[in-house]
Design a protein around this ligand. Structure first.
Ligand SMILES: [Zn+2]
Length: 320
């Protein structure tokens, strides 16, 4: 474990929320706070809100931010661990370019700050403290708005040259539909929540019946959250069922390929959709995975992430 002990801060920066925690030397949460991610104000505006969220969690923990041994932050986009610069965080407002997030937060909060990839730090958290604790090598599959991933091999995060673990971009069908990055037929094009929503709209426009968008309107949301998918399934919505099955199939086939390459001890399923549907979807994912495994008689463990909502922020605190 990289954590050297002491009281530390951890931040999970997402497209919709900022979650901050303050943890002690044994990674117990002493205080936490959550705020909405600003939708305007650019990187500096987001940075100010992150600082405020961390300060609030430090107040709850009754410590000054200046006394923290360090603060880790898991960020979307391209997060450079050595410079603390975050670039191309497209689901954050005005963050297409680069912003020195580490430096800016460090001077604001008076403690050293380390920046890491959001999914990788969440997977590290599960590896050290959650569903992956008893294993040496794990693949994390983070099923949410997009489909992300992270690797821990023989106890150490595997970052490659900076872009490793992009599970969502494993191709499961040549010439298939495009993902957010424009590839044809990768897992994310079928299983990412945003892709699933695009599919649902397409089917709706063609006249197929679905309650998905009515439920969305009832709950005054502007997108199909995992909770809305769950409600539609409970209503027996056929389109929701069809699209979720397709997502499970893509995840299963993609996971088989990842296992064939790395032969890990375990695969951990996390993310907003993963958390919501683990119970239903894990058996389905395993069923679709099995026929594609090179060694089907000895598959790795497939488990749901266990740290819950604070997992990303606790994992980020492990960066320091
Ligand atoms: Zn892709």
């Amino acid at each position: 474990m990289t954590a050297s002990g002491g009281t530390r801060g951890g931040i999970d920066l997402g497209g919709t929320k900022i979650q901050a925690v303050v943890v002690d030397a044994s990674n117990q949460v002493l205080g936490q706070a959550r705020r909405r991610t600003p939708t305007e104000g650019g990187p500096a505006g987001v940075g100010a809100e992150i600082a405020a969220t961390l300060r609030e969690s430090a107040e709850a923990a009754k410590v000054a931010t200046e006394s923290l041994a360090g603060i880790g932050i898991g960020s979307p986009g391209d997060a450079n661990e050595s410079t603390g610069v975050v670039s191309g965080a497209r689901n954050l407002p005005g963050w297409e370019g680069s912003f020195p997030l580490g430096e800016s937060l460090s001077s604001e909060l008076g403690a050293p700050v380390r920046v890491g990839n959001d999914v990788q730090v969440a997977v590290d958290g599960e590896f050290h403290l959650g569903a992956g604790r008893e294993f040496e090598s794990v693949i994390g599959v983070w099923w949410g708005t997009g489909v992300g991933g992270g690797l821990v091999l023989e106890g150490r995060p595997w970052l490659g040259r900076g872009a490793a673990g992009e599970f969502g971009h494993i191709v499961v069908r040549r010439g298939g539909p495009r993902c957010s990055a424009g590839h044809e037929g990768c897992v994310e094009a079928y299983a990412g929540r945003a892709s699933m929503e695009r599919w649902a709209r397409k089917h709706l426009d063609k006249g197929e019946k679905t309650k998905l968008f009515e439920i969305m309107a009832e709950h005054e949301r502007d997108r199909l959250t995992s909770g809305i998918w769950e409600r539609a399934l409970k209503h027996g919505d056929k389109l929701a069922e069809k699209l979720l099955k397709r997502a499970e199939k893509a995840l299963g086939v993609g996971i088989a390929s990842a296992i064939n390459l790395l032969d890990p001890d375990a695969v951990i399923l996390g993310g907003g959709m993963g958390a919501r549907f683990a119970e239903r979807s894990l058996p389905e994912i395993e069923r679709h995975m099995s026929p594609y495994l090179f060694a089907p008689d000895d598959p790795p463990e497939i488990r749901a992430a266990s740290l819950g909502d604070l997992g990303g922020a606790i994992g980020a605190a492990l960066l320091v």
